[in-house]
Design a protein around this ligand. Structure first.
Ligand code: COA
Length: 408
């Protein structure tokens, strides 16, 4: 069966996480992604290594289904080869620090000149303005995009979330931009520039917190557990932040992840009162309606917890779902990597690697009925140099010299 992006070619100059997470999705959707690395390789090949002298999981889990070539973009010959390569690609993706590609001699105007159909996707920390020239990493974007100030307990410091919303979150936004640009090119014949700033992507994911910032002007946020409100949205622990109240309640035997997140929709209250052994609260005017419960959500979840603490989280999941009550046990990373249903959905996938043996990775969350994803291992550094330089560009005679001269 063919793939959705079959025939689309991506020259992938991305590194670390944000960019590679984007191009890995494009590869899974069927694009030919050629990762262009400096002769020393993407820095993450060597970062956080679990095995000596073998590409790290950091690298292997973000660069599946790609090919790898090396090219020294600071050498004259490297720049010349890059100029020959570019017209053969539909997309150039990069997430260097600000100005790096320009310093290599390839600002957007020059790229367009070389290939007017090129879609040039760039990830940076920030948009135009006072921060344009600043580098950024995951938690910097969480800090400046609204996530950290709204995550944590009211009395504690701002917290980072474990979800990589700044890096992989930006990667996914960039995929959307690239696909839209590809579609527009069908009509215009022209490429265009796609830019996504990590701060902007995180802010997009924090949209509801800006909703609440504006609601504050009209009084306290009643669905928040907080007692006092200033002029900014407070950290609200595990409050759901949506229209229906939710909280993580503890379960047996009381380990660090023995919790279940429970949401109390209006229709769920009556069955919950029965489950927790307080059926009289279903009709009690002090408890019967969402409005009546609003000023005692902490007490409501305390009552639910007094019941849940006597049962394991899987048992609580089954009991609540029997009444169609939305809930989710807190799954540890160990539980997730061992989860049969995630494996059956190709979300936890085992891949064979020539140097490290088998490793586990996270599969593609986007499922297309006519474009199935086969997760294939990440490439070794420069593994496809011959494919591209000899077979495609016809540089066979020079190939050995390019290596000895440090061009590739
Ligand atoms: N050949 C020769 N040199 C190369 C090269 C190649 N193929 N590929 C990269 N380089 C060089 C660049 O030219 C640059 O050198 P210069 O600064 O002398 O011009 C250098 O390698 C890379 O610089 P940079 O991207 O700034 O790396 P860094 O390690 O200093 O910073 C980040 C890393 C992530 C902070 C930075 O890349 C960044 O802010 N990126 C944008 C935001 C982002 O994606 N962050 C999240 C990462 S998960």
């Amino acid at each position: 069966m063919g793939k959705a992006l079959e025939g689309v070619r991506v020259l992938d100059m991305t590194h670390v996480q944000s960019g590679p997470s984007c191009t890995q999705i494009l590869a899974w959707l069927g694009a030919d992604v050629v990762k262009l690395e400096a002769p020393g390789g993407d820095v993450t090949r060597k970062q956080l290594r679990d095995l000596p002298d073998v590409d790290s999981l950091y690298f292997t889990m973000l660069n599946c289904n790609k090919r790898s070539i090396t090219l020294n973009m600071k050498s004259d010959e490297g720049k010349q080869i890059f100029t020959e390569l570019l017209p053969r690609f539909d997309i150039l993706a990069e997430n260097f620090g600000p100005g790096a590609l320009e310093r290599m001699g390839f600002p957007w105007e020059r790229l367009q000149e070389i290939n007017p159909r090129l879609i040039f996707a760039s990830i940076k920390g920030f948009g135009e303005g006072p921060y344009t020239h600043f580098k950024a990493y995951e938690v910097v974007a969480q800090a400046m995009g609204g996530s950290m100030s709204t995550t944590g307990l009211e009395e504690g410091p701002p917290l980072a979330t474990g979800a990589q919303i700044g890096d992989s979150g930006t990667g996914i936004h960039t995929v959307a931009g690239i696909l839209a640009a590809l579609y527009q090119r069908e009509h215009t014949g022209r490429g265009q520039r796609v830019t996504v700033a990590m701060q902007h992507a995180v802010l997009n994911l924090c949209r509801v917190k800006l909703r609440d910032q504006q609601r504050l002007a009209h009084g306290p946020l009643k669905e928040y557990p907080n007692e006092e409100f200033g002029d900014t949205v407070p950290r609200s622990g595990n409050a759901s932040g949506g229209g229906q109240p939710g909280w993580a309640v503890q379960c047996a035997p009381g380990g660090p992840n023995d919790y279940i997140y429970v949401i109390v929709q209006p229709a769920g209250w009556e069955p919950i009162t029965k489950l927790i052994g307080r059926p009289e609260l279903a009709d009690d005017p002090e408890w019967a309606t969402p409005e009546a419960r609003l000023d005692k959500l902490d007490k409501m979840f305390q009552l639910i917890e007094e019941w849940s603490i006597g049962h394991g989280k899987w048992e609580v999941l089954a009991k609540l779902n029997a009444h169609n009550i939305p809930c989710g046990p807190i799954l540890s990373t160990k539980e997730i990597i061992e989860d049969d249903s995630l494996a059956a959905n190709d979300m936890v996938v085992r891949v064979e690697h020539p140097e490290r043996g088998e490793f586990t990775t996270v599969g593609c969350p986007i499922k297309l009925s006519d474009s199935p994803v086969d997760v294939e291992r990440s490439p070794l550094l420069g593994e496809h140099n011959e494919d591209i330089y000899v077979r495609e560009l016809g540089l066979g005679e020079k190939f050995a010299d390019l290596k000895t001269q440090g061009v590739i």
